[in-house]
Design a protein around this ligand. Sequence first.
Ligand SMILES: Cc1cc2nc3c(=O)[nH]c(=O)nc-3n(C[C@H](O)[C@H](O)[C@H](O)COP(=O)(O)OP(=O)(O)OC[C@H]3O[C@@H](n4cnc5c(N)ncnc54)[C@H](O)[C@@H]3O)c2cc1C
Length: 493
Amino acid sequence: MEPDFDVLIVGAGVVGCSCANQLSKYELKVALLEKESDVCAGASKANSGVVHSGIYSQPGSLKARFCVKGNELFPAFSKELGIEFIRMGKLVVARNENEEPELEELIKAGNRNRVPGLEFIDEEKLRKLEPNIQGQKALWVPSAGIVSPYQLTIALAENAKVNGVQIFLNTEVRDISQKNGYFVVKTNRRELRARYVINCAGLYCDAIARMVGIEKFRVYPCRGEYLILDKSLGHLINHMIYPVPEKGSGGLGIHLTPTIEGNILIGPSAEYIPDKEDTASTKKAMNWLLEDARTFLERLPKDAYIQSYAGIRCKLVPEGSNKPGDFLIEEDEKLPGFINLMGIESPGLTAAPVISKEVVDIIQKKEELIPKKELKTWRAKQRFDKLNLDAKEKLISENPNHGHLICRCEKVTKQEIIDALNNPMGVRTLAGIKYRSRAMMGRCQGGFCKPRIIKIMEDVYNPDAEEITLRGEGSFLFIGKTKDLRRHDNKEC
Ligand SMILES: Cc1cc2nc3c(=O)[nH]c(=O)nc-3n(C[C@H](O)[C@H](O)[C@H](O)COP(=O)(O)OP(=O)(O)OC[C@H]3O[C@@H](n4cnc5c(N)ncnc54)[C@H](O)[C@@H]3O)c2cc1C
């Protein structure tokens, strides 16, 4: 029996989507399997969005090599996908003399990793660059940049999709075996056969490996919590502001990171936790994040944040380990065609374009891959709010939906909601619209626009409002019509 696919990719985070996008450039039948209702459901949507420089990675490690290369590739990579990337630079700030020796260590590692342009700056220059930041000395890292991690992941998936990759959402891989030389992948929906399986399951990479008898990996989840500051405070910093990292803490320390959209992120904390699904925001960490951020930025108001979130690091080393842990990217020696991508923690977002090229190289060493003659490109439209007045007027005269503002905080129009609903993957959840249009991401967090968006969803593809979900299966927004319920026994209300 012929296999259904040449390559099955398990997990649609930034790494799986980047692999799908790379492989879509060749004459191959590729499928991407994701257990959640949309791509970018794991660490890829809940991180700092930093395109790292490579100063933190152990010289000689895969992390160092892939990070520096990824950083170099990012301008072209983001241009190819039509998404924004800003190389704004970062300052690693020593708050007192005790932290200065650690800065020396960082510049040494950075130079060994060939990170360009590193230099120390004194307090006076720091004040000029960042008048609101308190610090004594800083390491200037000009190559560090920012990107929207969900825009990136969605763009990778959508381009893969228009170039023939089949994307199966709500599809959880439950078992993998081998039969007649193929991998047989059982999911909650169907069984698929393929010649190659690429394990990009992030936090669950160990579980996927165990399905084929590879027992040697264990993931230690380490939660990182964040606060998002209101855009009105975006002017407080001009660059990314990082502390000197504390050795063995599991993270890089609480930093202040501007986002592509103009907010500032505070975080992440670093806490090893037993449960891979526990993305709670805790009062303890939220208080601590604010307190720590105020040691850099005294002017930070205590009630300045509009939202919190948490991402979980996929660590291959346990708490307290003095080893930094590295990426592991390999075809299993006993299972030809089974490619494991393990421990893809930070800087995995930065390294994604390089990791996916590495995967293509592994396959290319085994067989000749024929590039497709023609590739299609899918571009999300430019945000209406970012257009000039003439362009806005022209669009409104062609289609009045462009002149109908739905999300007041993020300035998202009705047409942008409709465009988000018409995405190539057919994702029709409220969260799917949020990540594609930015509606509901502003100060009021959807308080004003959510009902309007639901009305547009009803008008555009005609679902019953009770079928609309936040994030797919089980996450219904409504339990019924209030008038209907009042007539019945309303215990559920
Ligand atoms: C707090 C934090 C901050 C970070 N900051 C940065 C940063 O600033 N810069 C940077 O470069 N990196 C950063 N990283 C790292 C970066 O986010 C990750 O390396 C990257 O997102 C990993 O992508 P991934 O695709 O491997 O994993 P994920 O995004 O976790 O994707 C894995 C996917 O697999 C799916 N899946 C799992 N099991 C199954 C199954 N059985 N069947 C089907 N699907 C399955 C999941 O639902 C998920 O969607 C950070 C990470 C964290 C947690």
